[in-house]
Design a protein around this ligand. Structure first.
Ligand code: GLU
Length: 428
């Protein structure tokens, strides 16, 4: 069979730095390690299904606006689809496909019983009123109702979506099926079947695996310097966790600008100003940095926690960190990954680094099914156990095959997906 028939799709045009292009390059890198399972590689290079929907809503001024929405189920081989929904003006089908692919690998790398999925709406939610946002969320949920369900595909928060949006999604789905169905989304408010610990789970998980990597590299987190790009839920909680462990958050960048202080920034103050107009630039007591200077911050840990494709090859050439921890999905381009590898900078990849969020989503889904809820201590302890165990397996695989941590994580994840695929067999 020709290469084109296994990797080329007519409906997207990936480039070497675009999200799906980056994802495909990562799959190409793992293929030599998959043995006879590589026969099934097309399972990973094509999403199982992709739904594009029109989301029309009435605006507060009476006009009608239309938005483009997507839900992609990349793989259902290991279980129902699982992955967040993002609202962002730059969302495209190609981006959602890549994010869904990374969910497949992530869920398998930490051994959660899920496939991979993702959704998104191409919209800037910041310019919508609360009522418009609610109408958008409800109409989008109804349109993707064809695909989602507690045993089929379970959305969750991602960029610009939160517990309130999950509550509207759960309510809309429940109204459409005629029964309250808490397990259809995760990341819900506590009162509606949400889980303790979910809001902070991604940042907490970033810290857990960062701590494990630091042990292997003999880096002391106490006193270590950390630079973080993105100060939303993931970036701010990651900062809090590292600061609690004695690290200094020396630089932070968000969409408005960057602040820096070699002695460390105050995380509580940063978190408060980050929610105000002007973001982290409202912080008093730091110096500002140009967008490019941020990447050259003197630090031990550099943590991209924003969007894809931020760490480009030219930025990778100036990085001074010892370790890059990918709290965002897909922040490093393929070329940048090679630059970092050649410079001896260790990259802890997204598919393990930010898996804490979906891990506690899994706990939430299980709790919803049994209607029996766990304590926060139990949740955080189980999260630590799963993340630490998954990291150890990836670390050992990286030593065994002499590959990067990313390829090691992909070896574990993709092998599990393709084993499931092979054991299920093809229908008909
Ligand atoms: N959006 C998060 C991620 O990228 C969480 C997904 C989930 O909880 O399903 O991993």
């Amino acid at each position: 069979m020709s290469d084109a028939s296994t990797t080329t799709l007519s409906y997207v045009t990936p480039t070497p730095t675009s999200p799906w292009g980056t994802y495909l390059a990562q799959i190409e890198a793992v293929e030599p390690y998959l043995g006879s399972l590589s026969r099934w590689i097309g399972t990973l290079t094509r999403p199982k299904r992709a739904l594009i929907v029109d989301v029309p809503i009435e605006m507060d001024d009476g006009s009608i606006a239309h938005y483009e929405g997507y839900r992609v189920q990349h793989s259902l081989s290991r279980g129902p689809g699982k992955g967040g929904v993002r609202f962002h003006p730059d969302v495209t089908l190609e981006e959602v496909m890549a994010l869904a692919g990374w969910m497949t690998v992530k869920n398998a790398a930490v051994n959660l019983p899920f496939g991979g999925a993702k959704g998104g709406v191409r919209v800037d939610p910041k310019v919508l009123s609360r009522k418009e946002l609610e109408r958008l969320t409800r109409r989008y949920t109804s349109e993707i109702g064809l695909l989602i369900g507690p045993q089929r595909d379970i959305p969750a928060p991602d960029v610009n979506t939160d517990a309130q949006i999950m509550a509207w999604m759960m309510d809309t789905y429940s109204a459409n099926v005629g029964a309250t169905t808490t397990g259809v989304v995760t990341g819900k408010p506590l009162l509606l079947g949400g889980s303790l610990g979910r809001v902070k789970a991604t940042g907490r998980g970033v810290y857990f695996v960062g701590r494990e990597l630091a042990k292997r590299l003999n880096v002391d987190i106490k006193g270590a310097r950390v630079a973080i790009q993105g100060f939303g839920n993931v970036g701010s909680v990651t900062a809090e966790m590292f600061a609690e462990a004695g690290a200094k958050i020396v630089a932070v960048q968000d969409q408005y600008g960057s602040v820096h202080h070699p002695a460390g920034l105050d995380v509580a103050q940063l978190t408060a100003v980050a929610r105000q107009p002007g973001g982290v630039t409202g912080y008093r007591g730091g110096e500002s940095l140009s967008p490019e200077e941020f990447w050259a911050t003197d630090c031990e840990f550099l943590i991209p926690a924003a969007l894809e494709g931020q760490l480009t090859a030219s930025r990778a050439r100036v990085v001074k960190a010892r370790v890059v921890i990918e709290a965002a999905n897909g922040p490093t381009t393929t070329e940048a990954d090679l630059v970092l590898r050649d410079r001896g900078i260790v990259v802890l990849p997204d598919v393990i680094a930010n898996a804490g969020g979906v891990t506690v989503s899994y706990f939430e889904w299980v709790q919803d099914f049994s209607s029996f809820f766990w304590s926060e201590g139990e949740i955080n302890q189980r999260l630590d156990q799963i993340m630490t165990g998954a990291f150890a397996t990836i670390w050992d695989t990286h030593l065994q095959h002499r590959v990067t941590l990313r390829t090691a994580a992909f070896i574990i994840g993709c092998t599990r997906v393709l084993q499931a695929r092979a054991e299920r067999g093809l229908y008909p």
